[in-house]
Design a protein around this ligand. Structure first.
Ligand code: ZN
Length: 350
């Protein structure tokens, strides 16, 4: 993170605290200062206590998620996938005349806690949400690379990791460097690799940490199964595609992108017997999709695709293959989520 980003974050935090203490947040919620659609994105619900997997994936505890849903329901028109077309049209038509504010709750990847912990909370509030499924995780019980990297680092018996390779230079003192920092650094390198090099990179981390590759048993209970995804769909939740392998789209050729996008759609449609027309980009940053990804989405018959680098839909025709979402991460508390929704112009940008 740069110094500028730190300063900007601090200013936002100060503004949020002032709004919260002065009752300004409550006022903004009651008297809308914007119209449009804010979409929030979660990954895991619960707590990472003692987990050797990637703690950064836990977006909120059950209690916090319950509070988020309650706040969203009471202040916004909380919509599901079926209402997206109408809401986007409404949000794009006239931002000043209609103070109509929509919110969406989305989940990426397909973790089991989405079904076990988030789903009952959503049902208790009669709140819709949308779940984007990575088909190799749900259908083939594959471990995600961010969880495997975290597991290899956290399981390491070594005191010092020597990291001098084509990918990484230097050494890391494991006991003094927080494992979450090292995991983050290793992942940042992973994101830049062409898809054909990622297995070699994971093998190298396995050797450097002395942990070996993560055992397959780790992923057996990590993901929802198709019956559970079906149950979500039966209850009215939206189901979308999130690729087959969770590869970064821009690391793939045009044909490989088309395969990931089309195949994930076909697999999910076969499993749940419903049509799927919404995609969310793995990682969702601006740099993780390109014109070839958009072409592949068109050819595969998708109507919408969600990114995840912040922002919201308001006042202009929405880009149907770049519907913005705000990532809900562990360090955001309820007042952050309220601030994002009350004044996305200030808080929904990354
Ligand atoms: Zn994902």
């Amino acid at each position: 993170m740069t110094g500028t980003a730190v300063a900007r974050l601090s200013k936002r935090q100060i503004l949020r605290q002032i709004l919260n203490r002065s009752g300004g947040l409550r006022l903004l919620e009651a008297v809308p200062a914007w119209s449009g659609l804010v979409a929030l994105n979660y990954h895991r619900i619960g707590a990472p206590t003692h987990s050797l997997l990637n703690h950064a994936l836990w977006s909120a505890s059950e209690t916090d998620f319950d509070a988020h849903v309650r706040t969203l329901k009471s202040n916004f028109d909380l919509i599901g996938l079926n209402d997206l077309n109408a809401a986007i049209g409404d949000a794009s038509r006239d931002a000043t005349r209609r103070r109509h504010r929509f919110a969406m709750i989305t989940f990426d990847d397909g973790y089991i806690d989405n079904y076990e912990l988030a789903f009952p909370i959503l049902q208790a509030h009669n709140a819709p949400a949308t779940f984007f499924i990575t088909t190799d995780f749900v259908g083939r019980r594959r471990l995600s690379w961010w969880d495997e990297i975290a597991w290899m680092v956290r399981s390491s018996p070594r005191r010092m990791l020597r990291l001098s390779t084509p990918w990484f230079d230097g050494s890391v003192d494991v006991p003094t460097e927080p494992s979450s920092v090292l995991i983050h650094r290793l992942l940042q390198t992973f994101y830049l690799l062409p898809a054909q090099q990622t297995e070699n990179y994971l093998d190298w981390i396995a050797a450097a940490t002395g942990s070996g590759r993560a055992p397959a048993v780790l992923s057996e209970t990590l993901w929802m199964n198709w019956d559970q995804v079906n149950e979500l769909a039966d209850a009215g939740m939206g189901i979308g595609a999130h690729s087959v392998t969770h590869s970064v789209m821009t690391s793939l050729s045009a044909e490989e992108q088309l395969f990931e996008i089309l195949e994930s759609r076909l697999i999910i449609e076969h499993a749940i017997g419903r049509s799927v027309s919404t995609f969310s980009y793995p990682l969702g940053r601006r740099s993780t999709f390109n014109v070839e990804t958009r072409n592949a989405l068109s050819r595969a018959g998708f109507d919408w695709a969600f990114s995840q680098y912040g922002g919201f839909v308001s006042g202009q025709p929405a880009d149907r293959f770049d519907i913005p979402r705000v990532a809900v991460e562990t360090d955001l508390d309820l007042s952050d989520v309220r601030a994002i929704c009350a004044l996305p112009q200030a808080f929904a940008r990354h």
